[in-house]
Write a protein that binds this ligand. Structure first.
Ligand SMILES: Cc1ncc(COP(=O)(O)O)c(C=O)c1O
Length: 448
């Protein structure tokens, strides 16, 4: 079937995420035929630098033969097994994850970041009910501008107007506090967390969930004392600390897990995306041994974790996950990301000379470029201009992203999260494309 025929079939039969289908005929979704390394290719042979690694997941790059081979071999050997049984890649990957985290822990598998967070919330509530004798620690504190997934529980922990609107009322018991935003002067956030815990009553709070760095909600990098202070507050109030490493895990920020930059040990870590570099759906909720121990009991006590996913810990996904970690280690990709941070930062910081670039921030290969209408007032740039920058980059063969509208008008931050195998040539292309696209987008607006 030809590409135009497939595009017609797409428009007639698919329902795309985050997409307004009205007018889709005029601008159909980009149709990609294949991926190789840092690049995607369409049917006409046009090449695009995938500077967001898919949805910040294809960390080792597209088209890896080794991962395809491991998947095919595993599929032939053992194609499926329920999580109540055991298989080699599932066990070996779990042991590897515990080693990488560096403290005794247990791995519960699922298939997506949302599911990993759902499991974390249920673990936290059941843990608290079992250690406190059911005295009512059920609330989950989350953060404004945080994103934790699309399912109703994970969405209830998401501080993001655009994602929540129209699906409310959500799950009761989710409370919000601030996430640090140094550019906009939102600070004292560990103290605000403690105030929130005290206001709610510590004995009603099960857990606090945080991304180490807010990703889709704004690329917000905390000050260095934030996570250690949060760890201390949670410990002092008997609140479990859940760290969502769905975007930041597996080397994205220059450490295997982002929380390791700040030397803390979470009670529960959730991970997905880069866990198999997007080659297979794979996720995990990893709980410290002390949390796991609270689920001990006689079979009839019902103290075990009463949760299941048909595909969690799939043999093919876990085999690919293991090989993905082997690639990251064999090729020194975490160290590479740490080194590349400076070279991407140097290029993107030059954009600050543009009157509408308010801030450039990044860690490892996770970057945000905040666009403003006015540098003094920091008023966010209008959505159509931000969209024009994205389109201008695509026209120059570069795919970048933008943040969600956590509150109306706040989708003004460009996202770059390139594959770890990117090099100087790709960074040059990325920086020059954004620079030219900015010039077009903002000069068009002033002319209009
Ligand atoms: C920080 C974070 N947590 C959780 C999720 C949800 O993951 P998934 O889309 O795999 O359900 C995402 C997705 O972008 C995310 O960015």
């Amino acid at each position: 079937m030809s590409q135009p025929d497939l595009s017609r079939l797409d428009i007639e039969s698919l329902w795309h995420p985050l997409t307004q289908h009205q007018g889709i005929d005029a601008a159909p979704p980009r149709f990609i035929e294949r991926g190789e390394g840092c690049y995607l290719y369409d049917a006409a042979g046009n090449r695009f630098y995938d500077a967001v690694s898919g949805l910040w997941c294809v960390n080792v790059g597209h088209g890896r033969e080794e991962l395809a081979q491991v998947a095919a071999e595993q599929m032939k050997k053992l194609s499926y097994l329920p999580g109540t049984m055991s298989h080699e890649p599932g066990v070996r990957l779990a042991a590897r994850l515990v080693e990488l985290l560096g403290y005794p822990a247990r791995v519960y598998y699922s298939n997506s970041g949302s599911e990993a967070n759902e499991a974390a919330f249920k673990m936290a509530r059941q843990y608290q009910s079992q250690v406190t004798g059911g005295t009512g620690r059920y609330k989950i504190i989350a953060r404004h501008r945080g994103y934790h997934g699309c399912t109703l529980g994970a969405l209830s922990a998401t501080g993001n107007w655009e994602r929540r609107h129209g699906y409310e009322p959500l799950v009761p018991g989710f409370i919000f506090t601030d996430a640090p935003d140094p550019y906009r002067g939102v600070d004292r956030c560990a103290e605000k967390l403690e105030e929130t815990i005290l206001r709610e009553g510590a004995n009603s709070v099960a857990a606090f969930i945080t991304e180490p760095i807010v990703a889709g909600g704004g690329l917000l990098f905390p000050p260095d004392d934030y996570l250690p202070a949060v760890r201390e507050v949670c410990t002092r109030h008997g609140v479990l600390l859940i760290v969502d490493e769905v975007v930041t895990g597996f080397g994205r920020t220059g450490k295997m897990f982002a929380h390791q930059h700040w030397g803390i040990q979470p009670d529960i870590v959730t991970m997905a995306k880069g866990m198999a570099s997007g080659y297979m759906p794979l996720a995990a909720t990893v709980a410290r041994e002390e949390v796991f121990k609270a689920f001990d009991g006689a079979p009839a006590s019902h103290r075990h974790f009463r949760h299941v996913n048909t595909f969690g810990g799939h043999p093919v996904a876990t085999a690919v996950g293991l090989e993905n970690i082997a690639i990251i280690e064999r090729e020194g990709l975490v160290e590479r990301v740490a080194t590349l941070e400076k070279s991407l930062m140097t290029r993107l910081e030059k954009l600050l000379s543009h009157p509408n670039v308010g801030d450039v921030r990044g860690k490892g290969l996770l970057f945000g470029v905040e666009l403003v209408a006015d540098k003094q007032t920091k008023e966010p740039a209008p959505a159509d201009q931000v969209a024009a920058v994205l389109a201008g980059c695509a026209k120059r063969g570069v795919i970048i992203g933008r943040t969600a509208e956590t509150s109306p008008g706040r989708g003004n931050i460009l996202i770059a999260a390139p594959p770890f195998i990117s090099g100087e040539a790709e960074f040059d292309l990325l920086a020059s494309s954004i620079e030219e696209a900015l010039a077009d987008a903002f000069s068009d607006a002033s002319a209009a």
